[in-house]
Design a protein around this ligand. Sequence first.
Ligand code: 5AD
Ligand code: SF4
Length: 443
Amino acid sequence: MARSYYIHTFGCQMNESDSQRMGEALARAGWQQILAPDAADLVLVNTCSIREKAEDKLFSALGRYRLLKAQRGTRIGVAGCVAQQEKEKLLQRAPFVDFVLGPDHLDEVPRLAEQGGVATDFLDTEEYLFPQADPETSRGRATAFVTAMKGCDNVCSFCVVPYTRGREVSRPYAELVREVASLVAVGVREVTLIGQNVNSYSGGCTFAELIRRVAAVPGLLRIRFTTSHPMDLSPELTRAFHEVPQLMPHFHLPVQHGADSVLQRMRRKYTIAEYERRIAELPRDLSLTSDIIVGFPGETEGEHAQNLAFLARTAFDNLFSFLYSPRPHTGALLKLAEWGEIPRPLALRRLGEVQALQMARTNERRRARLGGEVEVLVESPGFGRSRENWAVHFEGDAAVGDLVRVRVQGTSLVALRGAQEAVVVKAPVFEPPARRRLSVVNA
Ligand code: 5AD
Ligand code: SF4
């Protein structure tokens, strides 16, 4: 009987994709995935450290897995950003953990699962090889993430990511386009190019050229990417939004704050006027989403008012707003006493104001689509996403991978509801694979 593993993933799309790569490495070494931890021989927790809350989740999850270990001798591994941040210190804090691996060591998970230990060095840029996705893992799915680059060379003073993910390294475009083609060959119709700062891509061509090369893969219907820094939004990328039909009209462009003085303390390298100039060039029907940090050290009532005024005049389709959370190894943590920590009740009040403003806007934008049609790529029966990346639940019999038109009958903050009108493009029909490389058993 093969040994079994269970992966618990926190955090961003990069972590989801890393979890898939670790699963593939384990499968190659004879491990089988199971979908619940109770019967697993190995539990792997892939962690996020973007805010303190994310880190707390790791330790409460580990508390549960520790009991499993006591009962059944389950092996426990910790991967991802907290692993990279804490390194061997994690073993002191949680001595029942058998091994710790950083994001540069995904392929080593089978060895570490056998031997235990810590692998958290960063590899030199020249040495780093991006793990290749096994397309079989994506067979039967309509969408897939494709890694374009890793790491981040920016120095935003709130952010731990440059520390947990290291320097920027881009994946050579030929390798990436080959991966996209292999995914399309098993039925994938939409890819999301991912990287911590994906529009600073430099793997042998510019990011805009990369999008055009990916768009040239026959059978691929949709391209998305995430996440981006406003300073790397080139005129060429703006043009791609106007000219490449496969590039979906959704752009997540984190602004972080609406006051120049705060942006400066955050070391964001742009002003609000510059941000506004750049987004003004984007197509009119594009859905723009953003991130905002509230309660950044030293945020005055005046800066908060500027933030609200900026948000009120900018037509963000949706906004993810966060309370500032001090992170280790960051510039803002060093300045916290000097700039002044914002008391939690005050920060919460400001967050409430930001969220109320955006909620009203998001609701209004959704309701404006009532009675109209949206084009949906079906991800599971009765569910898919519109071109703007809105979640859509619909009545209809379309198959996974079909592109359908849906009449919008209801809206909420998080999703649209509607009825299937017509299939625009049928999903391709494939022969079943001759040999399944990966198998999943239910525990
Ligand atoms: N505190 C709060 N939010 C943060 N983010 C990144 N670091 C922090 C932090 N220390 C937010 C930013 C980023 C998103 C992924 O998380 O808005 O764009
Ligand atoms: Fe979390 Fe950032 Fe790491 Fe993703 S890269 S897992 S968001 S800390």
